[in-house]
Design a protein around this ligand. Structure first.
Ligand code: 13P
Ligand code: SF4
Length: 391
C-alpha cells in the first residue's frame, strides 16, 4: 500500500508565511550543500519546483536518482512510488525522503501482490505452453516491480512504454522462439497499456482487461489463451476525468488548437488527440512550438498552468474545465519541505522511504532492464493513421 500516515508536522511550519518559508528552505539548502539533491516531478506546485535541483517526468527522475553517487540525501518531491524507485536505484548510503508520507498514488494502489500472485497462478494454469511477460508501469509498488523483475519482466514509464513492450514481445530476456506465443501482462494502468499496444498495431480485440476481483479476471480460459495483452484493471483518477467530448468541444471552439494528452487518458481521448506523451514530451512540444501556437493539454493542472504562465506568447488551456488536480502530489508543499530540510540540518532524517533488501533486489532488476532497453533502430509498427503517437 503506497499511502502511509503522515503525522502532523509542528504547527510552526504551517504558520510561517511563504516568504519566511522560502528564506528558511534556502538557508537549509545552503547548510546542506552538495549533500542534498531535491528532485521534483512536473506535477508539483510552482513554489516547490522553484527549489528542485532537477525537474522531470518519472523516467528522467529515476535516471537522475540512479546517478546520485555523492549526495547523502535525496528529497523527492513527487509521490510514494517515485521515492521508492529512487531508493531502489540509489546507493544504500543515500537516504531518500518524501516530504509528506501521505503523497501516494491511487493508481499504484490498484494492484497488490496477493492479487498479482493469484493472477499469475491462474494464467499459469490456463495458458500453459505460452510465455507471459509481466510489465509494470512505474506507477506501482516496489513489491509489484519485484514480482515483475523475478518473472522476467521490466518496468516502463509513459515515455518508454512502446520500447519496453517491443522488448517484451520479442521475448524479453530470452529471444522468442519460432511459433512461440508471448503474452504481456500489463500493470496497473489499463489505459497506458491499451494506448501503447494499439499504437504497436494490435487491435482492441487482442487485449483483455484483467479484473482482480473476478475469477480468471472475468474471462474464459479460451479468451485468456487467445489474448495478446492482459491489461490490469487500474486507472488514474485524474486523467480519467478527460473525456472524448472535451476534445470535440475544444475543436469546435478553437479550430486552430492542437490537443496534447498524457497516455494515462482513456483510448477514446488519445484517439481524438493530436499528440500523446509523457509529461516531459508535453513540456518539450510546447517549449519548441512557435509563438501563436494554441494547445489544449490533457494532464494535471499544475503542469498546464505552469506552461501557460511560462509561455504567454502561446495560448495554453486545460483540456477540460474539471481542472484535473492530483491531490496527492499537491500534499508536497513548502511547510513539509522546510520541515524535512531543517531536520536534516539538525542531523535527523525524517520520512525516509526504505525498500527492504529482498524487494529491492528484484525491483532493481526490473528497473535496470527499463533503463537499458533502447527503442529498436527501425520502427516497424503499423500505427493506425488516426491514432496519436504515444511516447
Ligand atoms: P510521467 O512519467 O509522464 O511524468 O507521468 C507520471 C504520472 O504519474 C502521470 O500521472
Ligand atoms: Fe497517480 Fe494519477 Fe497522481 Fe499520476 S496523476 S501520481 S497516476 S493519481
Amino acid at each position: 500500500m503506497s499511502l502511509a500516515w503522515q503525522n502532523p508536522i509542528p504547527k510552526l511550519y504551517t504558520q510561517l508565511t511563504e516568504p519566511e518559508l522560502r528564506v528558511r528552505i534556502q538557508s537549509a539548502r545552503n547548510a546542506l550543500g552538495s549533500q542534498l539533491v531535491i528532485l521534483g516531478h512536473h506535477y508539483q506546485q510552482d513554489a516547490v519546483v522553484d527549489f528542485a535541483d532537477f525537474t522531470g517526468d518519472s523516467f528522467e527522475l529515476s535516471r537522475n536518482a540512479a546517478t546520485q553517487k555523492s549526495a547523502r540525501y535525496v528529497v523527492f518531491c513527487g509521490v510514494h512510488f517515485m521515492a521508492e524507485s529512487a531508493d531502489i536505484l540509489t546507493d544504500p548510503s543515500v537516504s531518500v525522503i518524501l516530504p509528506d508520507l501521505g503523497a501516494g498514488c491511487s493508481m499504484a494502489d490498484m494492484a497488490n501482490l496477493d492479487q498479482t500472485l493469484d493472477c499469475w497462478d491462474a494464467l499459469s494454469a490456463t495458458c500453459a505452453g505460452q510465455r507471459v511477460i509481466p510489465i509494470t508501469y512505474m506507477n506501482s509498488s516496489a513489491a509489484i516491480k519485484a514480482f515483475v523483475g523475478e518473472h522476467g519482466g521490466a518496468v516502463c514509464t509513459s515515455s518508454n512504454c512502446k520500447a519496453v513492450l517491443q522488448w517484451a514481445l520479442a521475448g524479453g530476456t530470452q529471444p522468442k522462439t519460432p511459433g512461440e506465443k508471448i503474452k504481456v501482462l500489463f500493470f496497473p494502468d489499463q489505459h497506458l497499456g491499451r494506448n501503447t499496444a494499439f499504437e504497436l498495431g494490435y487491435p482492441l480485440s487482442a487485449m483483455l482487461v484483467w479484473d482482480p476481483r473476478l475469477d480468471l479476471g472475468g474471462h474464459t480460459a479460451e479468451a485468456l489463451q487467445q489474448a495478446d495483452f492482459l491489461l490490469w484493471k487500474g486507472h488514474c483518477s485524474v486523467h480519467q476525468l478527460f473525456r472524448p467530448e472535451h476534445v470535440d468541444q475544444v475543436r469546435q471552439q478553437y479550430p486552430r488548437m492542437k490537443v496534447i494528452v498524457h497516455p494515462e487518458c482513456r483510448w477514446e481521448v488519445v484517439q481524438k488527440a493530436d499528440i500523446a506523451g509523457s509529461t516531459a514530451k508535453i513540456v518539450q512540444q510546447i517549449e519548441a512550438a512557435p509563438a501563436g501556437s494554441e494547445w489544449a493539454v490533457g494532464t494535471e493542472v499544475h503542469l498546464v498552468n505552469r506552461l501557460a504562465h511560462k509561455h504567454p506568447e502561446q495560448k495554453i488551456i486545460v483540456l477540460s474545465e474539471c481542472q484535473c488536480l492530483c491531490t496527492t502530489m499537491y500534499r508536497i508543499d513548502l511547510p513539509h519541505l522546510c520541515w524535512v530540510l531543517e531536520n536534516l540540518v539538525e542531523g535527523k532524517v525524517v520520512n525516509q522511504i526504505r525498500v527492504d533488501e529482498q524487494t529491492r533486489k528484484w525491483s532493481l532488476v526490473a528497473l535496470d532492464r527499463m533503463l537499458t532497453i533502447r527503442p529498436p533502430a527501425t520502427t516497424t509498427s503499423s500505427t493506425p493513421a488516426t491514432a496519436a503517437t504515444v511516447d
